[in-house]
Design a protein around this ligand. Structure first.
Ligand code: TYD
Ligand code: MG
Length: 451
């Protein structure tokens, strides 16, 4: 008889501890240690019938054959692009995103558009609910099978019967395996069910797509090792107030993470947005002075951010300076640089700065957009809406290079900007952009280029 064993896991990083502690020694988080039942019998294969263990042998790298056609095209251009050309056979893809952002919709739509045998496993919705959603999406694939099940052993039984080409799991947090007693969604369950699914994917060369819930901090719920275990981590994000959604790869073993896919949520599902500038242009009817777009990076992710500035004559003796979402000291510095190095008389003006969308930016690459917005408001001349900026401003009024400028340029290009202003000192390797890359070295140069 097996004895019930428990262990302590950090809910943040997944580290196993021998006893309960207040602070995880691995990641330093407080109050994240939770006791979980682990009851491991001997390790089983995903296929209960095959008990004979396959031993893999080392092969010379030249002898491993890879065929180009090892990818399944998803009939969804944006998803294909983000994946680097389609679903790689035997790969494990994790799709994360906030509740209600459209993860289930996206994957159901994909499942309905691939003309292959698909198994869509849902632990969250009933078959009837999924059918209703599929009707709204009006896509037809009579070979898409819906299974509502949460136990991996039962899922594998259906898989053996159906032999699907692609398996979609909605969501990994609802699955549980018999070999572990912990509740679904706990660290050990997620780890174990993912491991079983990976084994299945690799052995049968079937791509598996998992949906993962995210925590309130915006990372995928469960152990961090979940992201290490899978081949591709996709993030589906967007603003509730807007209908567009952005799909990015945070990790991709088979392609670049610089690509992104853009969708628009409509009442008939997600529409692929091929020309992203349409979203940007529809936001404003006319050019307004005092706004500029900065190409920033948030962690690993590129993000285009709108900076708004208002410069007006100070009514009271001491001019006011206020910044929302931007460091006020940095604003003071930029104003001093504009005054001293570029000769703009801003000393007697009120300056208000706002980063649109309630975002707070630390990336120094937004500096040039801040300068442009201030100058635009001061001159009362609008900056063309399809211009954006990515550079830091130094104390001598010089335009300094920023890191990963290529990624910013690619993002700006993808989002439909016509021109990006960067530092002359940024080494840009790839030259065949469709976007116009304008290098500048001084604030005066920016001024003459814009106004
Ligand atoms: P869903 O895919 O259920 O989100 P997730 O799985 O990420 O939690 O998306 C649900 C939202 O999408 C819901 O708020 C309504 C909206 N939606 C549409 O606007 N149009 C549609 O055709 C569908 C199916 C959903
Ligand atoms: Mg869902």
């Amino acid at each position: 008889m097996s004895k019930t064993k428990t262990s302590f896991f950090c809910q943040n990083c997944g580290t196993q501890h021998a006893k309960w502690v207040g602070k995880c020694s691995a990641c330093g988080e407080w109050n994240t240690i939770v006791e979980e039942v682990i009851q491991k019998e001997e390790k089983r294969n995903w296929k209960q019938t095959s008990t004979a263990k396959k031993v893999s042998k080392p092969i010379k790298i030249n002898e491993i054959d890879t065929q180009e056609e090892d990818r399944i095209h998803t009939h969804n251009k944006e998803l294909n692009r983000v994946l680097g050309g389609g679903l790689v056979k035997g790969s494990m893809t994790l799709l994360g995103g906030e509740p209600g952002i459209g993860k289930s919709t996206l994957l159901l739509q994909v499942a309905l558009s691939i003309p292959k045998n698909i198994l869509y496993v849902s632990g969250e919705e009933s078959q009837a609910q999924i059918k209703m959603r599929a009707e709204r999406l009006n896509a037809k694939n009579s070979n898409c099978h819906i299974l509502t099940e949460t136990k991996t052993q039962n899922i594998f039984a259906s898989i053996e019967e159906l032999q699907p080409d692609v398996v979609v799991i909605d969501s990994i947090q609802t699955l549980h395996t018999d070999y572990i007693d912990a509740s679904p969604g706990s660290i050990s369950q997620i780890r174990e069910t993912t491991a079983e699914l990976i084994k299945f994917a690799k052995e049968t060369a079937t791509p598996v797509i998992l949906i993962g819930h995210i925590t309130k901090e915006g990372t995928i719920a469960g152990p961090k090792i979940l992201e290490h275990m899978v081949d591709v981590v996709l993030q589906f994000e967007g603003d509730r107030n807007y209908t567009y959604r952005i799909l990015r790869a945070q990790k991709n073993r088979f392609g670049s993470t610089a690509e992104l896919g853009i969708y628009e949520m409509q009442n008939t599902g997600l529409r692929e947005v091929e020309n992203p500038s349409e979203i940007l242009i529809s936001e404003k009817d006319e050019s307004l002075s005092g706004t500029a777009i900065g190409a920033t990076l948030e962690g690993m992710r590129p993000l285009m951010i709108e900076v708004q500035a208002l410069v007006s004559s100070a009514v009271y003796g001491t001019p006011q300076r206020s910044a929302t979402g931007y460091n006020i000291k940095r604003l003071h510095m930029i104003l001093a640089v504009l005054e001293k190095r570029a000769g703009f008389r801003l000393g007697a003006k009120d300056v208000f700065l706002n980063i649109a969308g309630g975002i707070s930016v630390d990336d120094p690459a937004i500096d040039l957009a801040v300068v442009a917005a201030i100058l635009s408001s001061n001159e009362d001349v609008a900056i063309p809406q399809d211009y954006c900026f990515a550079a830091e401003v130094g104390l001598a009024g010089e335009i300094r290079p920023v890191n990963r400028v290529e990624q910013r340029i690619l993002e700006a290009e993808k989002l439909g900007f016509s021109t990006i202003i960067v530092s002359k000192f940024n080494k840009i390797a790839k030259k065949n952009y469709t976007i116009n890359v304008v290098p500048v070295s001084k604030i005066e140069e920016v001024f003459t280029k814009l106004f």
